[in-house]
Design a protein around this ligand. Structure first.
Ligand code: PLP
Length: 382
């Protein structure tokens, strides 16, 4: 069996055609044609007023914080169990991250923990739609609204997910997507910021273009020292083609999850991603959390699966456990407080979930997983 990698995109002739056209024609007066088509189609897909294509999901969170005016002295609540791309921009703007715990079933921001983390300095919260799953959006949004806290929804991993028919990424003041090569839809590298708030949209355009106002772009007149965050035409063309196939891409992710669910149905001590009633999970990653009593940590399982040529990745380590936040008082508090994140993360893995997965490959992965777990139980028997 060839190496089974963790994730990757599904590229067809359509994508190749659009990118080829962009590289040949999207210059001179046509330089922004693909950006315009991509952002319009993306906004329509989500049902939001404004969409801004950007070089990455990280830059979309950075611009969201800047546009909301978050800065030194402010605190921003972020779940402990996520990719550092969710939290690093908080430091870029001089604010402090406060690491809240996650919910044991959704693995996303816990409502109770969020509420406990709020102080007089809390300016924003960044709920993360982890691996395509959604937090309890209604409860989190209600608390944020009541306490005057801005919401940046990190939907980097959740294009196509929904709660009661409303798309992930549309719940906050801004929503953020990543189109990294591992994601459900890709532009190679890239991201999108969406918002219904025209004030934030205009601010984002200026902050992401060296402080120029959109209406005066050709005049080289900079009102402030800002940032340069723009996607290329070739990336926008790739994104447009992928977006035109989004139902097919999300359906494929759901199909892959179904294959895993069926294969692993009889295996005790293992929990896969949850899809609460009324929601749709786009399952960016198929994730398995093992019961500690199985005696298998994520590190050991990753090694055993690698011996079978299978690329398995760890569930995100709590941010507060990482060297990047060593010595931060917020991290020390989180280590004591966040028992769910610290309980789940050591026993969680992402299984290969790329678009090239087939039922046969899923069968091979599940067979290897079952054998790895049997091996451990035999070792445990005296
Ligand atoms: C939850 C989460 N937030 C933010 C990001 C940042 O996105 P990007 O890698 O495009 O900067 C990612 C992507 O890797 C992510 O998974």
């Amino acid at each position: 069996m060839e190496r089974i990698t963790i994730s990757g995109p599904w590229i067809t002739e359509k994508e190749i055609g659009y990118v080829t056209d962009a590289v040949a024609t999207a210059w001179y007066g046509n330089a922004n044609v693909y950006h315009a088509r991509f952002q319009r189609a993306f906004g329509e897909y989500l049902g939001v007023k404004h969409a801004v294509p950007l070089p990455s999901g990280t830059s979309a969170i950075h611009l969201s914080l800047l546009a909301l005016g978050v800065g030194p002295g402010d605190e921003v609540v972020v779940p402990d169990m996520t990719w550092i791309g969710s939290s690093a921009p908080i430091t870029y703007v001089g604010a402090r991250p406060v690491f809240a715990d996650v919910d044991p079933r959704t693995w996303c921001l816990s409502v109770e923990s969020f509420e406990k983390c709020i102080t007089a300095r809390t300016r924003a919260v960044i709920p993360v739609d982890l691996y395509g799953g959604l937090p309890d959006v209604d409860a989190i949004w209600a608390i944020a609204a009541r306490r005057g806290i801005a919401v940046i929804e990190d939907a980097a991993e959740a294009i196509g997910s929904e709660s009661r028919g409303r798309k992930a990424g549309t719940f906050g003041d801004t929503g953020v997507f990543s189109f990294h090569g591992s994601k459900t839809m890709t532009t190679g590298e890239g991201g999108m910021l969406v918002t219904d708030r025209t004030d934030l949209y205009e601010r984002v355009l200026t902050l992401g273009d060296h402080g120029r106002r959109p209406s005066e772009r050709g005049m080289f007149w900079n009102y402030e020292v800002a940032w340069k965050y723009k996607m290329s035409s070739m990336q926008a063309a790739l994104g447009l083609a992928q977006l035109e196939r989004i139902e097919e891409l999300v359906n494929r992710k759901r199909q892959i999850f179904d294959w895993y669910q069926n294969e692993l149905a009889g295996l005790d001590g293992l929990t896969l991603n949850w899809e609460p009633p009324g929601t749709k999970n786009s399952y960016w990653m198929v994730t398995a959390i093992l019961e500690p009593m199985l005696g298998m940590t994520k590190g050991r399982l990753i090694k055993l699966m690698a011996e079978r040529n299978i690329d398995v990745r760890p569930v995100f380590h709590p941010l507060s456990s990482l060297p990047a936040y060593e010595g931060w008082p917020e991290a020390l508090q989180a280590r004591r407080r966040n028992t769910v994140s610290y309980g789940i993360s050591p026993y969680g893995v992402n299984l290969p979930s790329g678009m090239s997965m087939t039922a046969e490959k899923v069968h091979y992965v599940c067979d290897a997983l079952r054998k790895a777990l049997e091996l451990t139980s035999q070792e445990e028997t005296p």
